[in-house]
Design a protein around this ligand. Sequence first.
Ligand code: S3P
Length: 441
Amino acid sequence: MSTLRYLAGPGGRVEGELTVPGDKSISHRALMLGGIAEGDTEITGFLAGEDCLATLRALQALGVRIERPEEQHVLVHGVGPDGLRPSATALDMGNAGTAMRLFMGLLAPQRFDSTLIGDESLMRRPMERVATPLRLMDANIKTHDGKPPVVIGASSGLRAIDYTLPVASAQVKSAILLAGLQSFGRTHVTEPAPARDHTERMLGAFGVELLRDGPSIAIEGGQTLRGTHVRVPADFSSAAFFIVAGCLAAENGLLLRNIGVNPTRTGLLEMLLQMGADIRVHPHGGINRNDDQNAEPMADIEVRKSRLRGIKVAELLVPLSIDEFPVFFIAAACAEGETLVRGALELRVKESDRLAAMAQGLTTLGIENHLLADGLWIRGADGFGGGTIDSHGDHRIAMAFAIAGLKARGPIEILDVANVATSFPGFLETARTAGLQIDAA
Ligand code: S3P
């Protein structure tokens, strides 16, 4: 637990133009695919946050040479499909669930042993969801009561599987695709509902052929990746905090530039529009164009202070906005009437139990809510009271309550916020530039 805390609000308004750091999911994947590609990969717009740096260091420990001429500019010298080497020590994924789960898929087919560990929060998170399908492929993987450390034994070759995911999880889907790429035969993965498709798009950009058929994806093992240039858009999940801030307090409008708007990520826009938000999306026509199926689409997003009304969230939108619920609940708390989210059990196994953490924080700030087994019910109110919030070391809980400060009647103190640096380095500065009254202590 860190001693770093924020003091946010009360009140304020936001305006002007800003952008946010690079996409976390895409930065992890660019490093990993670049590492096992033939030739060099250049990554621009890389997220220099703690999570992606854990992936970068793990790849270096596995023998990949990586240069970083600038913070957000990375050159990965790919070692090719058989070029990874055993790490002398356990690979430490820090707070990054994506790193751990994708590395399980990447390392399961290797001819050497690996051990994956992480911080206190990651060591509590479920890993069997990835270990189970990988074992069906003949991988030798052990977890500790379903959790890390994850011990991967040397493989003498994996075989393709046909697997239907029990939950809509991009991390599990991606781990299977990465293992399938290095297996004998054609692996099929079927999703129960669409989840983010960055792995599929990026494999395509590295020259891998994937066959998509409705909810199923097929990948033939043994294909070689060719190094490429990955342009990482600004992270929609980081922009989300300012999209909601804009709905609450941008009298003159707030413009967010160069944001990734992959449709498997933008469920929050749909939910806020249904609530009556004044949001306009201006798609880009240049690089990362929307008409190249492997490219990650980008847009500028314009948002204005809006009168929000509570909604019942459609369950299909849950995987498309999975990381945005902490800040969505802040919007719901400021809306007229009731908001209901169900079918969001996955929120209980994120960096913290996000349903419980948000319910607890909202109650502290005087917002009526009911914590449900798989969701949350909230009655909107005219602003928040002040109080002290435990972020449970979860970056997105911390940032969500910082945004709540805009509508608070007293200061909000947010504890244990150091992990904001895992996904959003510079959050405090960006928030102040936008107009939030926020300090760290
Ligand atoms: C991610 C997938 C999601 C998301 C996480 C990043 C990814 O997790 O919550 O922050 O990059 O694949 P799940 O696959 O567990 O839903």
